[in-house]
Unconditional design. Structure first.
Length: 294
């Protein structure tokens, strides 16, 4: 059996206090508890560490040698605890964050300078994927997910919501004319997603209810590609506000069929594993995102 921290602490406390009774008082334990801890330690080491008489307790030669190493071990533990306390006050270490490319580019990247200034000892690793990943397999601390979350063993923190809108470049509309109704979209170039198919259900009122299934003229695997195509005047797109707010403010993309558009807001959440206390570097990142995106 391996020596325990409790046994080492009991041994040092007896030496420092001069007696088992003093050690029990210092550690807040019973005299019998300290005595049993010492007995277990000596049995495991197969040696006598202390000579105990009715008047005093003194170290054997083996005890003296073991004491030096024990003090070094306990000092290392104290140092490790102090180091972790310092990390909680000033979070440090590598933080691996995963998100879809558009959200990473338009929502996370603009916040990086301020985050690094606030937490200079955290090293960010930013990864992008267009599909959900296994956090453990990819050694990821936090993943940002857009849309309704599936039931899982992951913890989740809501960050914000983002509205979906139909958009097109003014040059495209100058050539094709603005659609005046949902039915007019049939004669337009519609830009959609390869997968999942649910992203090609546009939030439009019509004969299909509040979701209008489109047949894309062109598809892409991520929203940033579709945004760039829309900016180039290739067609009409349905994208989230988090990636198009600047385009709309500049007039590079304009909203279409506003009266026919259902107010659909995609939930955006951070997901992460949490078996014990959440690491400070993860907690501060989640708080940072929630404060600025919420």
């Amino acid at each position: 059996m391996k020596t325990t921290l409790e046994e080492l602490q009991a041994f040092v406390a007896v030496v420092d206090g001069g007696s088992i009774t003093a050690a029990a008082d210092a550690l807040g334990q019973t005299v019998s508890g300290i005595s049993r801890a010492l007995a277990r330690l000596e049995k495991k080491l197969d040696t006598t560490l202390l000579r105990r008489t009715t008047r005093r307790t003194e170290l054997t030669e083996e005890g003296q040698a073991f004491l030096q190493r024990t003090r070094a071990i306990l000092a290392s533990i104290d140092d490790a605890e102090e180091h972790m306390a310092a990390r909680r006050q000033q979070p440090a270490g590598r933080l691996r964050v995963n998100a879809a490319t558009p959200f990473m580019l338009h929502a996370v990247v603009p916040l990086v300078p301020a985050f690094r200034k606030a937490y200079p000892q955290i090293t960010l690793q930013l990864d992008t994927d267009e599909t959900y990943i296994d956090l453990l397999e990819r050694r990821t601390d936090v993943a940002i997910r857009i849309g309704q979350l599936q039931d899982s063993t992951l913890h989740a923190r809501p960050l914000c919501t983002s509205r979906l809108r139909l958009l097109a470049n003014p040059d495209y509309l100058a050539q094709t004319g603005k659609p005046k109704s949902v039915a007019d979209l049939a004669r337009h170039s519609l830009l959609g997603f390869n997968q999942p198919e649910s992203l090609n259900q546009w939030p439009l009122r019509g004969e299909h209810g509040d979701a209008w299934p489109i047949v894309p003229s062109l598809t892409a695997s991520n929203g940033e590609t579709l945004r760039q195509l829309a900016l180039q005047g290739v067609g009409i797109v349905c994208l989230s506000d988090f990636m198009t707010a600047g385009d709309r403010a500049r007039g590079d993309l304009v909203q279409l069929l506003a009266k026919d558009t259902v107010d659909v807001r995609q939930p955006i959440s951070a997901v992460y594993y949490r078996n014990t206390q959440l690491a400070a570097r993860i907690a501060c990142f989640l708080d940072f995102l929630q404060e600025r995106l919420g």
